[in-house]
Design a protein around this ligand. Structure first.
Ligand SMILES: [Fe+2]
Ligand SMILES: [Fe+2]
Length: 267
């Protein structure tokens, strides 16, 4: 079986496990059509109380700084923008991953990357900030799927990593697919925009990305927000695809962590 077939099999099983409530799939189905109606989407989202509450909490959070409280899902969708709503829905679909300690760590990592990517995209005028946010949020979705599919197997991956194997090779040898390819299969299955699919697939191999500048943003975002802060954010790989410098990476990191904390509890 090649990695595409393995991804398909894993994704089928994860859906069968009902890790993703039907409302997510319905909402994604509606959003496949560019001309979809907001009211149809609102109706679908409203069926899931937890998802509705999260979307309303997010739009009313300090993060967005909207002065008057928003109480209707329809208004929340138009304020957040469809790309962010899509990201929240996808992020929520990954909710089972926060049930474990590892999952929660990954969750925090994803939010931080999303926030850092959004700010970098805004400042550098590369891609749209909403798109960058979704890419940051979902870049490691493949890892979340591994956790949902079979968490104990991931411990075998960690064992190999601790012995010096690089992450993607370790995943390949345990699951027969790595998290970048699996995440790509997931994004493609739910017909996310091509740029998002591409960035998820190549966030560990920038040179293969056809949207290398936005993928480069997520690459930098990931380095800045990783647990152990290292000063060397710009290695040769990223320098070859994007041309910018951060004058104070540590200060940037602190700002990202602060902004992320305001939404980590909400999503
Ligand atoms: Fe990551
Ligand atoms: Fe990754």
């Amino acid at each position: 079986m090649n990695s595409e077939e393995v991804s398909k099999r894993i994704l089928d099983i994860v859906v069968e496990l009902e890790a993703m409530p039907i409302v997510f799939l319905e909402a994604m189905e509606i959003m496949k059509d560019d001309q979809f109606s907001y009211s149809k989407l609102s109706k679908t989202i409203s069926k899931d109380i937890a998802l509705s509450a999260r979307i309303l909490n997010l739009v009313n959070s300090a993060y967005f700084g909207i002065p008057n409280p928003v109480t209707k899902i329809n208004d929340a969708i138009s304020l957040l923008g469809i790309k962010t709503v899509k990201g929240v829905i996808m992020g929520m679909a990954m909710k089972p991953m926060v049930m474990t300690k590892r999952g929660h760590e990954l969750w925090k990592h994803s939010i931080r990357c999303a926030v850092a990517s959004e700010i970098l995209s805004e400042n550098l005028k590369i891609a749209s900030p909403e798109e960058a946010f979704v890419i940051g949020l979902l870049h490691d979705v493949g890892r979340a799927i591994f956790y949902i599919y079979n968490l104990s197997k991931y411990k075998d991956v960690e064992f190999l990593i601790n012995k010096g194997t690089d992450k993607l090779t370790a995943e390949q040898s345990v699951y027969k697919v790595d998290h970048a390819e699996l995440g790509y299969a997931f994004a493609k299955k739910y017909q996310l925009p091509a740029i998002i699919c591409d960035s998820i697939r190549y966030h560990h191999s920038l040179q293969n990305s056809s949207a290398s500048s936005v993928t480069g943003i997520v690459y930098v975002a990931e380095k800045i927000t990783q647990d152990k802060f290292e000063d060397s954010i710009f290695d040769s790989e990223v320098s070859s695809v994007i041309d910018f410098e951060l004058s104070n990476p540590l200060e940037f990191r602190e700002m990202v962590f602060k902004r992320s904390d305001s939404i980590i509890g909400i999503l």
